[in-house]
Design a protein around this ligand. Sequence first.
Ligand code: SF4
Length: 442
Amino acid sequence: MALSGIQIYKLLPQTNCKECGFPTCLAFAMKLAAKQVDLALCPYVSDDAKEKLSEASAPPVRPVTLSSNGYEVKAGNEVVLFRHEKTFYSRPGLFLRVYDNKTPEAIKAKVAPADEYEVEYVGIKLSMGGFVIQANGGDLAAAVSAVREVSHRPVILLGDPDSLRTGLEKLKGEKTLIGLATDQNWQAMAALAKEFDVPLAVQAGSTDEMVALVEKIQGLELKDLVLAPTQRGFEGTLKANTIMRRMALKKNFRPFGYPIINFPGDVGDPGLELMLAAQAIGKYGSFIVLDHFKPDTVYPLLVLRENIYTDPQKPIQVTPGVYEINDPTPEDPVLVTTNFSITYFSVANEVEGSGLPAWLMVADSEGMSVLTAWAAGKFDSERIAKSIKTFNLAEKVNKKRLVLPGHVAVLSGELEEELPGWEIRVGPREAVDIPKFMKEVL
Ligand code: SF4
């Protein structure tokens, strides 16, 4: 049973010493009840109270991290079912699967391009999470060596306990996820996970079977588990993931309080795989196993993930300031935009693509796009004029030409008054039309 803030408060020292970083024990208790802080922040909790509080203070979805050679994929630690309620924290990792019955050359040829793939999206670097190496009648240890020759990213090992041991021996010191523990092999799998101190993925066909199996493994004091429902289709996966996550968050149901691994790659068809992966990103998958890698299919998945795992209350922003594009001189124009990342990158990419030099002045609009910022009073003539002065643009240019986004053409009159000596031009509404505008009008 989850404890209320008041119930937790009664178990705290009630001295309001502030060492936890909160002004009162009650404030700390409220945060604990909301599962937003760690009980360990209070150094004065008695052992007796600790025991009682451990359930209340544990996150509803246990954090599980895979790591190797400086790379990390963090999973779990989510507190809401819908990102608009607060935010999602742990971006799901995309894992490309290889099988151990392939030659080392074939494995390396599949892994290397996926490992090297990195793409920048609104200033954020996106890449694959890691690789799954699955036993399939071959040599798992040799397959692990082949993967490690071309990638240092985290690994998930799938197979029987004996082959897993050979693979784990090669990955000592790394946090590797192993699986799949089933009703038939769970004792041996749990023993292996304990011995190598790695997380264990647990597979069951129905939610009831999952509960029974997880409870048996929890009884062995294994803490880092991952849930692997057997469902593979759209409806089955959606139902299984949603039921488990809902029970974990709404009922604090411990057997489901773990990250989830999904296997869209199992469907075989690359198109269906892509759609199932998108569904898993949207609905509670933490480790997403793919069998195909192509930049043009992985890119939309990574962008989708970014959009879902961005805090809706904190838009992605760039630092306000003056950005020089294509080596501008004092004769070149000043374009103005807002500091919402997507707006900035759309404009900057178009200006750069035009090959023409310009000064891009990014005003602080608190991370909002042009129209939203204008409607909210965060991108008006006063703010733009203030930014021009703050960033000393008058000293950077001789020809004082300032181009406003077309959506805020209405500001041009006021801006002329705010900025005497500047010629105010109204640019296009859409970033895509900027190169044509620069070539023909400026
Ligand atoms: Fe209360 Fe502990 Fe925080 Fe001190 S550190 S204010 S005792 S909760």
